[in-house]
Ligand binder design. Structure first.
Ligand code: NAD
Length: 365
């Protein structure tokens, strides 16, 4: 098994180092190879996704990704900006299915911005289509407006589009995921206004007929945004397009206490996956050793489960994370009165210690 390790920029290097430490503590046999990506790759090699990094990612069974981006690259032309690396990897590897679980750990119910009773026991899986929609649709650009309210004025435009097969495959992913959970799928659309999402709704409904054991309901995206803060526990598996999923999954992240807790997996048809925290490179706290590494560590657990076929190892990481939270250890983003504030490295060390102690127990048993 080969893991491509792409730490990237900002806190990316700090949090990935902790996840690598945790993976090493499992005593599994896999090869890990590191390569630059994002701003770090632009500085070193003049491109955010150098050919050698892309080749490594293609050959690997899984990719552990940190985060890319920094405000200092904002003035670069678009194809050289760090964020193009992640978009490029998604496109080149066909990573169309993004899994973002939003789980509120019992110990963190008070870190959420919602009342504890609304989030206690929350366990939602947001499945976001990742390679289509308005982020990739052509044509796009700037021009003089040919018509509209101000003909001749400067305008910018993007294209929202989805083909039937793109919707079918993400719908299948959602229904299959729901079969492993509580057999409920909510499809989020804007079918009342957008052609693209009328097709989305039609196709998801058709695919749903092939999963009679899974309940399907549809909700408009504006209502979904509202319901997520009003009664989040009524959702289980949520499936939606690229842009709506981008926004709703960040909203769901906040329900769990901090974006620093939210892992993600992006899979292609062959189950090769890219695993990364849902947050960005956090330039505001980079280099201070205070970032929460748990989203990245939990992403490594998802990697073991979905791409490397090591579900017990994934369970061990997740239990170790629960254990350190139960011990009262918190990074600054999830800290509250009565808990112990720790830095990035101490949090990683504590997870390693929890894994090592279970290893000793297993060996003794
Ligand atoms: P961000 O997610 O980096 O940060 C948002 C806020 O959350 C900040 O206050 C940050 O300090 C905090 N935060 C994020 N992760 C944290 C962690 N692990 N522990 C503690 N606090 C954490 O989003 P942003 O500030 O909008 O973007 C910063 C850069 O990241 C931009 O260049 C953006 O383009 C990039 N970005 C990259 C990815 C990616 O690599 N997949 C995703 C989103 C944003």
């Amino acid at each position: 098994m080969k893991i491509a390790v792409l730490p990237g920029d900002g806190i990316g290097t700090e949090i990935v180092a902790e996840a690598v430490k945790v993976l090493r503590a499992l005593d599994l046999r896999f090869e890990m190879e590191t390569a630059p990506v994002g701003g770090a790759a632009y500085e070193a090699q003049g491109h955010p996704l150098p050919e050698a990094t892309l080749q490594l990612a293609r050959q690997a069974d899984a990719i552990l990704f940190g985060a890319v981006g920094d405000w200092k690259y904002d003035k670069l032309e678009r194809q050289l900006r760090p964020e193009q690396a992640i978009l490029g990897l998604r496109k080149h590897l066909g990573l169309f299915a993004n899994f973002r679980p939003a789980i509120c750990y019992e110990q963190l119910t008070h870190a959420s911005s919602l009342k504890p009773e609304l989030v206690a026991g929350l366990d939602i899986l947001i499945i976001r289509e990742l390679t289509g929609d308005i982020y990739f649709g052509q044509p796009r650009g700037r021009r003089q407006a040919p018509d509209g309210h101000f003909p001749g004025a400067e305008e910018a435009f993007d294209t929202m589009r989805y083909t039937r097969p793109e919707i079918e495959r993400i719908a299948h992913v959602a229904f299959q995921a729901a079969r492993k959970r509580s057999r409920r799928v909510t499809s989020v659309d804007k079918a009342n206004v957008l052609e693209t999402f009328q097709l989305w709704k039609d196709v998801v409904t058709e695919v749903g007929k092939r999963y009679p054991d899974v309940a399907l309901d549809h909700i408009y995206v504006d209502n979904a945004a509202m319901q997520l803060v009003k009664a989040p526990k009524k959702f289980d598996v949520v499936v939606t397009g690229n842009m709506f999923g981008d926004i709703l999954s960040d909203e769901a992240a906040m329900l769990t206490g901090s974006i620093g807790m939210l892992p993600s997996a992006s899979l292609n048809a062959g189950n090769q996956g890219l695993y990364e925290p849902s947050h960005g490179s956090a330039p505001d706290i980079a280099g201070q050793g205070v970032a929460n590494p748990l989203a990245t560590i939990l992403s490594a657990a998802m990697m073991l489960r979905y791409s490397l076929n090591q579900p017990e190892a994934a369970d061990r990481i997740e239990s170790a994370v629960q254990h350190v939270l139960a011990q009262g250890l918190r990074t600054a983003d999830i800290w509250s009165q009565g808990t112990t504030k720790v830095g990035t490295r101490q949090m990683g060390d504590a997870v390693v210690a929890a894994i090592t102690s279970t290893k000793k127990t297993i060996t003794k048993g």
